[in-house]
Design a protein around this ligand. Sequence first.
Ligand SMILES: Cc1cc2nc3c(=O)[nH]c(=O)nc-3n(C[C@H](O)[C@H](O)[C@H](O)COP(=O)(O)OP(=O)(O)OC[C@H]3O[C@@H](n4cnc5c(N)ncnc54)[C@H](O)[C@@H]3O)c2cc1C
Length: 392
Amino acid sequence: MMHFGLTEEQKMMIDTLRRFIAQELKPLEEEVETTGSLAPAKAQEIFRKSQALGLYALNISQDLGGGGLSTVDRMLCEEQMGHTTDILIRRAFGNVYEALLACQGAQIERWLTPCVCGERTASIAITEAGAGSDAQGIKTRAVLQADGSWILSGSKHFISDAEVSDFFIVSAQTGQAASDREISLFLVDKGTPGFSVGKDQKMMGLRGTSHNELWFDQVKLEPIALLGERGKGFKMAMQVLGVVRLAQVGARAVGKAAHVLELMTDYATQRRQFGKPIADFQMVQQMLADSAIEINAARWMVLHAAWKIDQGLDARDDIAMVKVQAAETLGRVVDRGVQVFGGMGYCKDLPMERYYRDARIYRIYDGTSEIHRSVIARSMARRGAAVFDLHR
Ligand SMILES: Cc1cc2nc3c(=O)[nH]c(=O)nc-3n(C[C@H](O)[C@H](O)[C@H](O)COP(=O)(O)OP(=O)(O)OC[C@H]3O[C@@H](n4cnc5c(N)ncnc54)[C@H](O)[C@@H]3O)c2cc1C
């Protein structure tokens, strides 16, 4: 027997999130859009309220102070979060990267626990100006010293939330020879001598979140800064980013698309032309129906991949497929959203044009559509139909 329904607990959890987002976050969206930032007092307020409702750090286990959700439950929540904007999600619900679960001993108290309880925030810094899709091609290098410390040199760019983050999970080459591709992860506190946050690289959308360059000029890191095993950094980052991708791109894209479709449907039934609602015109109906079909397909793909993770099954190919499907579904739905709204879809008086701009990044970050398509195709060459066949 396969179950596709929601339990009473899941319904309650979704209702709580929906109410919180509608009452506390949605009203802040326009202000962030116009001013370009979220006032620290407001950020603090939404964090406090969300934490009081048990909605902060939902992805982290309860023994560490998080929400302890299964992957499926997390995706149900992430879909709801997708109804609002990146910056408000970050401030209200946190952004505790699972890579931090590799913290050991004194690292736990210094970096993991404060992050889970919202005292500190972190960014993940992998991308460099010369290494994006080819994340193993980074040039940032950490050299081990005789006393066990490391000297980190290099730079990163496009690092989300860098202006606010207290520390960074940074990937660096640690191989002996410059040609070795041995990547490790390091925890680097803001304020460490030699480390500076560079300019905010202004984006098409995502107002309120900064995306910065990072500069590391002979930064001395204590041995404790090495996160996980030396040389395992690329594997760790890819494993961790798999779930992050499913949640922050897959589920959130579904949520965003669903929100846009709700607005499109309302508008199409209210807006009248030629003496009738535009929802009566078949070409408009097709845009609504296609959007509903595609959102539904993407949502079930997200939940199926999440279920596989909860069962301990390998979901890497599924996540790559979800990334493409959800991001591209969102792109198509929001494009239709602008179309259904007509001139008002293009006009800044309504949020549709902002949703359109915010949606575009989904096909680019966390691995572009092209990279995920090549991951899927390579896997098919290796594993054949097992990539997409339910029975294998
Ligand atoms: C708003 C924003 C936020 C971001 N946040 C972060 C962050 O917090 N931390 C972080 O580390 N990074 C972050 N990034 C970086 C992001 O992950 C990269 O931009 C992304 O991985 C693509 O890399 P690139 O921009 O260098 O593009 P490139 O790798 O240069 O790709 C350019 C084009 O070439 C294509 N291409 C490249 N290689 C292949 C191939 N093998 N086959 C087919 N096509 C290929 C790509 O698909 C793309 O269309 C962010 C980026 C943005 C824009």
